[in-house]
Design a binder for this molecule. Structure first.
Ligand SMILES: C[S@@+](CC[C@H](N)C(=O)[O-])C[C@H]1O[C@@H](n2cnc3c(N)ncnc32)[C@H](O)[C@@H]1O
Length: 257
């Protein structure tokens, strides 16, 4: 893996100008500001809104990645680090985990959790501030990649997959967990109902209603499982399969280089 594995602060200081708040999320800067803003309550909201189930889905994602003891693995769009911590336990003290995100606030929470959880194997994790669309790692240097709820949020899904293909070793896998864009009208209605009647009202209790309204739009603009499978093959992955989870509300793309 490249030498750039220390926590890097190469992007401009992360601020939340008043003008960026509560206007439509349009560009990478807006998205970064949104994830900086929600960072302090992100973990609590995940537990509350999924009734803790996101922990199970994340374990499934890590298992699908094929990460094993001694591996050098990458969690892209790591946020506060849930998947990176699970990967850390898989690869153990002889392995190496890099959590990459462009939100400094999320990385700062990930780093504090690493200190407070203080499990010996967590010493194998490093946090990198960087862009999923321009990974600061060399070609063929990574044994497995996970990404949780990140692909829906990057501006260019194809480029993100191309970057993951580039850094993965031959035969290695990526595992991408996200909301599934429903193909069945009933599932789509349930998903929309849950966002409008549970997610947004709960988020509004934290003063983040506007931020969580973005979720509905981002899911409706996301690709279906079949489209994701096709995109991964077009980009150059040799196999690609999308698993539906929780009745199709969530999905996990697994692709091998
Ligand atoms: C919904 S959060 C998911 C966090 C974590 N993976 C989880 O499952 O809890 C999405 C994360 O993607 C990050 N992100 C979005 N676009 C990114 C990009 N282009 N490069 C790096 N990180 C990005 C955000 O900062 C945010 O932390």
């Amino acid at each position: 893996m490249a030498s750039s594995l220390q926590l890097q602060f190469r992007l401009s200081p992360s601020t939340t100008p008043a003008l960026l708040r509560h206007r439509p999320i349009q560009c990478a800067t807006d998205r970064r500001a949104l994830f900086d803003r929600i960072a302090p309550v992100y973990d609590n909201l995940n537990d509350l809104l999924s009734l803790g189930q996101h922990r199970i889905w994340k374990r499934m994602a890590v298992s699908w990645s094929g990460a094993k003891a001694g591996d050098c693995v990458l969690d892209i769009c790591c946020g506060s680090g849930d998947l990176a911590f699970l990967l850390s336990q898989k690869v153990g003290s002889n392995g190496k985990v890099t959590g990459l995100d462009f939100s400094r606030q999320q990385l700062s929470i990930a780093s504090s959790r690493q200190t407070s959880l203080s499990r010996p194997c967590y010493k194998n994790i490093e946090w990198v501030e960087g862009d999923a669309l321009n990974l600061p790692f060399s070609d063929g240097s990574v044994d497995a990649i996970t990404m949780g709820y990140g692909l829906r949020n990057v501006l260019d899904k194809r480029k993100a997959l191309e970057e993951m293909l580039r850094v993965l070793k031959e035969g290695s896998k990526l595992s991408i967990l996200d909301f599934s864009k429903a193909t069945q009208p009933t599932t789509a209605s349930i998903q929309e109902w849950m966002i409008n009647n549970i997610v947004v009202p709960v988020a509004s209790g934290y003063g983040l209603a506007e931020d969580y309204k973005y979720l509905s739009k981002s899911i409706s603009e996301f690709s279906t499982g079949k489209e994701l499978e096709k995109l991964a093959l077009e980009v150059g992955f040799s196999t690609s399969i999308h698993y539906e989870i929780s009745g199709g509300l969530m999905g996990n793309l697994v692709a091998s280089r």
